[in-house]
Ligand binder design. Structure first.
Ligand SMILES: Cc1cc2nc3c(=O)[nH]c(=O)nc-3n(C[C@H](O)[C@H](O)[C@H](O)COP(=O)(O)OP(=O)(O)OC[C@H]3O[C@@H](n4cnc5c(N)ncnc54)[C@H](O)[C@@H]3O)c2cc1C
Length: 391
């Protein structure tokens, strides 16, 4: 299959953007391409929010509206409907981070259960998602991951985390909605992995409902994938995997450096790319018992997946293969793929402006630090502006 240049079609990529929305996107990417501005902007925004200065309106009309669907799920529906007119689905992502009390964890569970109901009722929302740290204390995951004995209270607390996972996965299975479980820092991931594997063994008996996330910037994850495969074969259940490169590289390297252990991150970007693409091959070679959600903005990896599907005779809309991007990024991949009939879903973050700031800051920093990403967005927007002018 000749997949050359499919993602260069800016007319399809920005079909839903008005001229003024295109201008706003251009201005925004231009701003976040300036590293010192992001650094100062982040500090100033954090300060202003803590000091209760009235800057929410400004955040909303700039970064928030570009990268988030709204402050609550209902808010997102008009955007979701609009995207679906072009075949792009949404994964509602309750992006409130850094909370650490039982009330917040229970409220996150209620949110995800509600989103699973939404997903059942609304065709444009095929999949649900949650973050392990949204359901339990980060330091508790860390302790469990280290195999440290828990006190009686901690054990009870951990049982509640297990129960939260179970309630969500059971509901997903009962009403037949897939649920993705995000991956986070490597020092809490072992505890999360054990839980997700348990959920898969319990709820993926007839088909993959529960999906774990594999971060392929880690050099040990292909081995993990193989081990999961062996366990699933022995236990006779299906596997669902979201493959991503990984979002916490700087933090991972810093911690490994501070504590003096070998960083779990691949030594170079090229090695991460190779690892990710090998992961794609691996899952595609085991589609009889695995399903894939490829969360990536990388064009080469997306082309590779299209080629693998074609070579294996897997239909573009085969329910076992999804492409995923984040809302506000890489529309040229999402909309051109959906135009060709592939399954595409964009993570659509939502939550109160103040609470989604960590997510927004990660996006701004990522677009500043990921070589080429912002440049590519700007070049695509410029090309589309030029194309429209020539009409
Ligand atoms: C739908 C979706 C869901 C996601 N879910 C998660 C999740 O659950 N957990 C999570 O951690 N992330 C998640 N991400 C983020 C993802 O991990 C990446 O950070 C992001 O998508 C950028 O990677 P890329 O594949 O798009 O491509 P690229 O832009 O080609 O790759 C950038 C990535 O390469 C890696 N990298 C960059 N430089 C180096 C280097 N010097 N050495 C080694 N590796 C390097 C890093 O992972 C970096 O993020 C998700 C992304 C999407 C689109």
């Amino acid at each position: 299959m000749n997949t050359d240049l499919i993602f260069d079609n800016t007319e399809i990529a920005f079909t839903l953007k008005t001229d003024s929305e295109l201008e706003r996107a251009y201005f925004l990417f231009k701003m976040i391409s300036i590293e010192p501005l992001v650094r100062i902007g982040t500090a100033a925004t954090n300060f202003a929010l803590k000091a209760h200065l009235p800057i929410e309106g400004l955040i909303r009309s700039t970064v928030f509206d570009h990268f988030c669907g709204g402050v609550n799920e209902e808010d997102c529906l008009s955007v979701i409907d609009k995207m679906y007119t072009k075949g792009v689905s949404s994964v509602l992502d309750y992006s409130v981070e850094g909370k650490d009390n039982e009330k917040e964890f229970d409220s996150a569970v209620s949110k995800v259960l509600k989103i699973i109901d939404f997903a059942k009722a609304i065709e444009a929302i095929p999949i649900a998602v949650f973050k392990p740290s949204g359901f339990g204390r980060f330091s508790l995951y860390e302790k469990v991951s280290q195999g440290i004995n828990l006190t009686k209270d901690e054990q009870n607390e951990w049982n509640r985390v297990v129960d939260r996972f179970d309630r969500v996965c059971q509901k997903a299975k009962t009403i037949d909605v897939a649920v993705l479980i995000d991956a986070e820092e490597s020092w809490i991931q072992p505890a999360a992995d054990v839980l997700v594997t348990q959920m898969m063994a319990k709820y993926n008996i007839e088909k993959p409902v529960v999906y774990n996330t594999i971060q392929l910037y880690r050099h040990d994850r292909l081995q993990f994938l193989e081990e999961e495969y062996k366990k699933a074969k022995a236990g006779n259940y299906f596997l669902g995997f979201k493959l991503v490169r990984g979002a916490y590289m700087e933090k991972e390297n810093e911690r490994a450096n501070d504590k003096g252990y070998e960083s779990p991150i691949c030594a170079t970007k090229a090695l991460t790319d190779e690892n990710f693409n090998t992961g794609l091959h691996y899952v595609m070679d085991h589609l009889d018992c695995m399903s894939l959600f490829a969360g990536t903005h990388n064009e080469d990896s997306s082309y590779l997946l299209m080629e693998l599907m074609s070579a294996k005779g897997v239909l573009n809309n085969d329910p076992r293969v999804w492409f995923g991007q984040l809302y506000g990024m890489s529309d040229h991949i999402s909309y051109n793929l959906s135009h060709l009939g592939y399954n595409v879903a964009k993570y659509m973050p939502f939550g109160p402006v103040k609470d989604v700031m960590p997510y927004l800051i990660r996006r701004a920093e990522e677009n500043t630090s990921v070589a080429g990403q912002t440049g590519r967005e700007l070049a695509l927007i410029s090309a589309e502006k030029k194309r429209r002018k020539q009409l």
